[in-house]
Ligand binder design. Structure first.
Ligand SMILES: NC(=O)c1ccc[n+]([C@@H]2O[C@H](COP(=O)([O-])OP(=O)(O)OC[C@H]3O[C@@H](n4cnc5c(N)ncnc54)[C@H](OP(=O)(O)O)[C@@H]3O)[C@@H](O)[C@H]2O)c1
Length: 342
């Protein structure tokens, strides 16, 4: 397991993070669709991940209506101080006017609830789950800054922001002198490469770390779904995250070929591809079963050749969006490479 600094911070995170979205009671609110591990399996998964060198667990206030945070806290027990906990704020299950979002009121209420559920005095990485279009960003930044000064939160991150929102948040925090976001949590997989065009370059330019969610596109990139076998019980027919099934099956074909050559699983190769990509700090692995986690943790051992990366890049390529289809030379990139050669 390798460890990388989370953006421009002194905090080192493992290249794999354990995702706790599947942690729920077997008959819990989202068990049918996403998880339902129960506490015992959650404990074993945490043990397996920590034994493999994982040093961060990602959850959210809304996962399994709070049960995921409770299970993470219980599974860690007295190892809490040795493990980084990343959780999130924005969504709630409340339906009141002031329940959703990242107003000062919501943040102060939700952080106390998360601390209690996690059974801890501090959160290592507190992430804004979505961009709040109605709350002034100044209000969100000042509330998060207060939490850092109070010692309830160590670092702050964001998730699911567009590149312009990331840049705005970073610029504003610098202007206000408040705590800056140190990480971007975003969706990235072989069937979802949109963020390569704007979000990854923005994060790299601003010095933010990148945490990758749903790296297997909710299970699609494991090889268990084929052209002939659409699979039963799969998550919402891959509408979240959305999968272009035609291109997706072509990607699975190449993954199968490379997996056979490495005597590895399709999931391991799909994760390894992400681990080889520039700008990726940590990939958040999710699992519903112990065997899946064991499989996924081995992805760090896989070295993909330049040729294998090129094959995967080619079959998974997405058309560039404007202005990225303007030839690189006209966008000044030739000049830029001349400059960086010196
Ligand atoms: N910030 C956000 O908005 C956001 C959104 C989503 C997730 N996340 C974070 O990202 C983490 C990972 O997301 P995810 O669970 O969607 O990840 P994922 O890796 O895309 O999907 C994980 C699912 O794929 C299947 N699977 C995993 N490994 C497998 C293997 N080796 N063989 C066969 N099937 C396998 C399992 O589902 P089945 O058994 O049901 O097929 C598992 O629950 C979450 O826990 C959460 O922390 C964040």
């Amino acid at each position: 397991m390798k460890y990388f600094p989370l953006g421009n911070t002194g905090l080192y995170v493992s290249q794999l993070t354990l995702g706790a979205m599947t942690f729920d009671e077997p008959d819990g609110a989202f068990a049918q669709m996403i998880g339902g591990t129960g506490q015992e399996l959650a404990n074993r998964m945490v043990d397996l991940a920590l034994d493999a060198g994982v040093n961060m667990i990602d959850t959210a206030n809304v996962y399994s209506a709070g049960v995921s945070e409770v299970m993470v806290g219980k599974a860690l027990g007295n190892r809490r101080k040795d493990v980084l906990i990343a959780t999130k704020v924005y969504n709630t299950f409340g339906t009141g006017m002031n329940d959703l979002g990242t107003s000062r009121l919501a943040i102060m209420r939700e952080v106390e609830a998360s601390l209690k559920r996690l059974n801890t005095d501090w959160i290592d990485l507190y992430q804004v789950h979505n961009f709040d279009v109605t709350t002034p960003l100044e209000e969100t930044l000042r509330a998060l800054d207060d939490l850092v000064r109070q010692g309830k939160v160590r670092y702050i991150g964001l998730s699911n922001f567009a590149a312009w929102q990331i840049a705005k948040a970073d610029g504003l925090a610098r202007l206000l002198g408040t705590e800056r976001f140190c990480s971007v949590q975003a969706y990235y997989s072989l069937v979802g490469r949109d963020l390569e065009q704007e979000i990854i370059p923005a994060a790299m330019d601003l010095g933010l770390g990148t945490l990758i969610w749903s790296p297997l596109a909710g299970g699609f990139l494991t090889g268990k779904y084929t052209r002939d076998h659409a699979g039963e019980g799969r998550r919402a027919n891959f509408q979240f995250p959305p999968v272009n099934l035609e291109q997706g099956y072509n990607i699975i074909d190449v993954l199968n070929e490379i997996a056979t050559a490495h005597e590895a699983s399709v999931a391991q190769i799909a994760l390894a591809w992400l681990l080889h990509k520039p700008g990726v700090t940590s990939v958040i692995v999710g699992a519903r079963k112990e065997s899946q986690l064991v499989d996924n943790l081995k992805s760090v051992e896989i070295e993909l050749s330049a040729d294998e990366m090129a094959k995967l890049d080619e079959v998974s390529a997405v058309p560039p969006q404007y202005p990225h289809w303007i030839p690189p030379a006209q966008r000044g990139e030739t000049l830029l490479s001349r400059f960086s050669d010196r």
